[in-house]
Design a protein around this ligand. Structure first.
Ligand code: AMP
Length: 280
């Protein structure tokens, strides 16, 4: 496995493979890797000749500076995991390498997807995501890139960017990898206190119950029920719960049988923000 810190070194390596018509797959991450990330890499390795994983904690997508400073960094452990998991190349650039002039996001138009859910609560987050994903695509120029449904809105936004800007890359969404107790795997889980970690699986339990209720109850009733359930949770604070159209991410008010819906949730466990979603 190769580790690159500069665009030029990575490019030289990839160019050599591209001239031999090798398929390049790409998994962008912020490191602190877990089995969720590895499941993306597994799919990538199955479908491509060369798998590239980037590890870069992108400062321009953080709306909260404390979250950025405290974001877990476990580079050595990440390298060990990737080595054992069919990764061919790690791209781990510095902030200077990615943002040589100005550490700032560019503005993006994602046709309204950016104004829903996460976009309402994390100012500028999706401009940061668009900026880094576009930059990494320009550097790696993969044939296919893999994103988790854990960040479903991000996945839809990346697909929208590729469509609008006609970028020559296929985007594949991968299913959410969960702990045995249902908690969606996340790099931030390692920052939970024992008590918050014990409380957190209720997020998925509630989402599963929402899936059942959605078959019979009106959306308004379900939203009220979720809010009530979180009132019983002293360690968890509900930021938002919404049932939305998978395509437009617009809130569902009246169920339409022609539309595929998904339930989305963001919860604070003390200062750690956890997100999750299920298809309905
Ligand atoms: P991150 O390092 O958190 O930016 O995540 C990198 C990629 O891994 C993103 O496409 C995420 O959606 C994906 N990912 C994170 N957690 C999970 C999970 N539990 N299951 C599947 N994919 C995940």
């Amino acid at each position: 496995m190769n580790i690159f810190h500069t665009k030029s070194d990575l490019k030289a390596y990839l160019d050599a493979h591209k001239t031999k018509n090798k398929q390049i797959g790409f998994v962008p991450t912020m490191g602190a890797l877990h089995k969720g990330h590895l499941s993306l890499l597994e799919k990538c390795a199955q479908e491509n000749d060369i798998s590239v994983v980037s590890i870069f904690v992108n400062p321009t997508q953080f709306d909260n500076s404390d979250d950025l400073v405290k974001y877990p960094k476990t580079f050595e452990a990440d390298v060990t995991l990737l080595e054992a998991a069919n990764c061919d190349a790690i791209f781990a650039p510095s902030v200077q390498e990615i943002y040589p002039n100005n550490v700032a996001a560019s503005p993006f138009d994602f046709e309204g997807l950016e104004h829903e859910m996460e976009g309402k609560f994390r100012q500028g987050h999706f401009n940061g995501v668009g900026t880094i994903v576009k930059t990494l695509f320009e550097i790696v120029q993969p044939h296919t890139a893999y994103f988790g449904q854990k960040d479903f809105q991000q996945l839809q936004i990346v697909k929208k960017m590729v469509q609008i800007q006609q970028l020559p890359v296929i985007i594949k969404g991968c299913k959410i990898h969960r702990e045995k107790d249902g908690l969606a795997m996340s790099s931030r889980n390692s920052r939970l206190t024992d008590a918050h970690r014990k409380a957190a699986p209720v997020i998925f339990q509630i989402l599963q119950e929402v899936k059942n209720k959605f078959k019979v109850d009106p959306v308004e009733t379900i939203v009220k029920w979720v809010e009530k359930e979180f009132e019983k949770q002293p360690l968890l604070h509900l930021e938002y719960f919404t049932i939305a159209d998978e395509k437009t991410l617009k809130n569902c008010e009246q169920k339409d049988p022609k539309i595929q819906y998904r339930a989305f949730i963001a919860v604070f466990a003390k200062e750690i923000r956890l997100i999750d979603n299920v298809r309905l």
